[in-house]
Design a protein around this ligand. Sequence first.
Ligand code: PMP
Length: 390
Amino acid sequence: MDYAERTQRATDNGLGDLLAAPTKNQISFAGGLPDPKLFPQQELSVAFAAAMANSTGDQFQYSDAQGFRPLREQLARLLQRDGVRATADTIAMTQGAQQALDLIARLYINPGDTIVVEAPTYPGAISAFDTYEPHYEGVPVQSDGMDMVALRRVLTERRVKLIYTVPDFQNPTGTVMSLNKRRTLLALAREFDVMIIEDAPYRWLRYNGINLPTLSELDQSDRVIFVDSMSKVLAPGLRVGWVHADAEIIKDLVALKTGADLESSTLTLRGVSQYLADNDLDAHIAALRHNYAQKRDAMVAGLRAEMPGTAIISAPQGGFFVWLELPTTINTDVLAREYKDELALVPGSMTYPLHDHHNGLRLAFTHASIDDIKTGCQRLGRAVRQAMAN
Ligand code: PMP
């Protein structure tokens, strides 16, 4: 039987492969996987045992489609500390940030409606949006974020409904959008009446410098839908994400979530709430930052030693990824395929909405050990030299 037309481009996205654990001889720079040694396993076990032991049994019952309210209150406090004006009523819990992206697109996008995405962008966002059959406009990412001249041109030429951006340590380039560009983006969204999705799962993972205000904080006209997650700072297996927006939008997103899965696992939300009540999340994040900064340094140094002078290597101040731009004679789809037994790589083509760029690579430095990062960079160096010699 034919599949629905709307799912045809969404079924073959290759994302599942990205999140697979590396095989025995493979070093993975592919999926945005945290270092498993850094999961706070003991603390989560204790917190989940306490959530389980609740004598009322509410942890096993259907609950609140918006998500366990005490957790939303805790998250609102964390966000407020970061300048984001969230309250329990402006937050809805989702199954990871990924479900938030799906629900937001479901709320706004008719087939053919235009979504602006950064080019390159997070491949999972493209797959979440694909189901709703949007028209994509990719706006180039510069070293200080989206190219605002190109964005204005797009907004002038077409009616755009949504702009999707990862302003902090963008997936895949690692760039941070400058304060000027944040202000320009909000002014453009206002001028052209567009909603912005601000996806911020890496925001708390800064290794140098200090964070700029979120778009959500700078927004004066309720145009920003802020998406966030525990995946990168706690554990992706929890599938705990959330969306913060104007309370009316939250109400409608919750209605859509009810249709999708009724509600997130109340047991999990209670477990995470207990974890946050009993532990110092800041101290945990400080340990992650310390560890990932070293891995970032190892990868940047490894690439600088191994890559040809014509390659462009990003040096991100946070997040999970280094972005590598190779000479255009090198096709990274081919490279990733040919060396897949040794190295798991995300070819840049996966990160462009039309899959039409072939010389970039997204390299995650968080999952592999420092030794494996060094060896992986050497393997990549050999692969690139071989490709250049052909
Ligand atoms: N947005 C971005 C930018 C991401 O990098 C990821 C995870 N790779 C997600 C959303 C999805 O995260 P989650 O596990 O919270 O669904």
